[in-house]
Write a protein that binds this ligand. Structure first.
Ligand SMILES: Nc1ncnc2c1ncn2[C@@H]1O[C@H](COP(=O)(O)OP(=O)(O)OP(=O)(O)O)[C@@H](O)[C@H]1O
Ligand SMILES: CC(=O)N[C@H]1[C@@H]2OC[C@@H](O2)[C@@H](O)[C@@H]1O[C@H](C)C(=O)O
Length: 379
């Protein structure tokens, strides 16, 4: 058995910051036991954030800028890793591998006709070669493409880590992430593969409404303070609940393509942005999760463990507790880091990749078979 350390780097669909986490774990070949997780959160510089948002709407950004941003994000991920290593007193030889998710720019989960062919695809930027060179640590990046090549949708990938976590928590556990997008992994019984899929919006619609309502002064509804002043508009909520994504059968994944600007153009253009609308968006996140469970999980979970930035919004947590018929725990209450779980997962997946071991969960992504995800950049 050997004690190993690996670093995971993540910038999610909220585009708020980079999460960097270092995990220490024992690998006894048959079993991985994670002993410790330490993390830091590093803000993205404003001009970089602006360019990423511009890239979500391609015509506002050139190919030249995309290439430059790929390199710059690589530098920023490397800086985050180095900062974490400094804080934790780690040298490059202490860390076996870095797993960098990158920054998703576009995710096409559905097979799409194009140029007489059909294809899916998902693009994460942040050059792994730059991270490896700056840190002196072998780096694995571009995880999703191998799953897509095997017929999967390339998301969600974190169930790979949750499969280990559930051993301690027991079957019947649902892991709910509420980032920019929401996603669930449900282990209905001890032996079966998990059901996992994106439930719909997490904080993405809320963040955009808050940004517009506060004229850019706030980027999210801190502690639910704006939503708390508003009331849920049930008519608008029911309209949003008719979004076709919610009825789609898993495996399925989504992103900014469905709940970013296009959602605004279809559902919000004519509405006044106020505290009621923010409160309604918070409730939409909750109701889409509740609907996803009753429509797609097969049975009610025995417990739900919530992670991601949404755990910090008490309106979301209170309403989830009201609507779900089981205990709803924050990650920390179940011994899981709410803020670093995704980074943790990419550290572990990278460790499997450099050992040539498969690291996707086909029941979650829809891939035809297990594959080794990630491209390796040697230090
Ligand atoms: N104190 C808080 N009050 C309310 N909301 C919060 C708070 N802290 C964080 N959030 C919300 O959490 C979001 C960030 O969550 P997280 O970092 O999990 O998202 P992400 O990793 O970018 O997304 P994804 O998991 O979809 O890739 C913020 O944009 C904000 O909306
Ligand atoms: C394409 C992409 O970046 N998807 C993210 C997004 O954010 C949450 C949800 O949608 C999830 O499916 C996925 O991220 C996590 C890390 C995952 O793959 O499990």
């Amino acid at each position: 058995m050997k004690r190993t350390k690996a670093i995971g780097l993540m910038s999610g669909t909220s585009v708020d910051s980079i999460d960097a986490a270092v995990i220490s774990f024992d690998d006894n070949d048959a079993k991985i036991a994670i002993k410790d997780v330490k993390g830091i959160n590093v803000c993205l510089p404003d001009p970089v954030k602006k360019k990423i948002f511009a890239l979500f709407e391609a015509p506002r950004c050139s190919l030249r800028e995309l290439i430059l941003l790929h390199s710059i994000m690589g530098e920023l991920f490397a800086e985050a890793a180095l900062l974490l290593m400094k804080k934790e007193g780690l040298r490059c030889e202490d860390v076996a591998v870095i797993g960098s998710h990158g920054q998703t720019l576009y995710h096409i989960a559905e097979k799409t006709e194009f140029c007489g062919k059909t294809a899916r695809g998902s693009l994460q930027i942040g050059d792994g070669s730059i991270i490896a060179r700056r840190t002196g640590i072998t780096t694995v990046s571009d995880f999703r493409s191998a799953d897509i090549a095997a017929g999967g949708t390339g998301a969600p990938l974190v169930p790979f880590l949750e499969r280990i976590m559930v051993e301690r928590l027991g079957s019947g556990t649902a892991f709910q992430n509420i980032g920019g997008i929401g996603n669930v992994t449900f282990f209905g019984d001890a032996t079966a593969d998990p059901v996992a899929f994106d439930t719909g919006p997490g904080n993405m619609i809320i963040d955009r409404l808050v940004h517009e309502f506060t004229k850019g002064a706030w980027s999210y509804d801190r502690d639910g303070s704006l939503g708390r002043k508003g009331n849920i508009d049930e008519t608008i909520l029911q309209e949003w609940m008719a979004h076709p994504y919610l009825e789609k059968k898993p495996p399925k994944s989504t992103g900014r393509e469905e709940f970013g600007s296009s959602f605004f153009d279809i559902f919000l253009k004519k509405l006044t942005i106020n505290e009621d609308l923010i409160r309604t968006a918070e409730e939409f996140t909750v109701r889409s999760i509740v609907h996803a469970y009753s429509a797609h999980l097969g049975r009610n979970p025995d417990r739900v463990v919530v992670t991601g930035g949404g755990v910090h919004n008490p309106l979301i947590m209170e309403s989830l507790r009201k609507h779900l018929q089981c205990p709803v725990l924050k990650g920390e209450e179940a011994g899981i880091s709410s803020d670093y779980k995704e980074a943790e997962a990419f550290a572990l997946m990278a460790y499997f990749a450099i050992n040539g071991k498969t690291n996707n969960i086909p029941s979650a992504t829809g891939a035809a078979c297990p594959v080794v995800m990630g491209k390796i950049s040697q230090a």
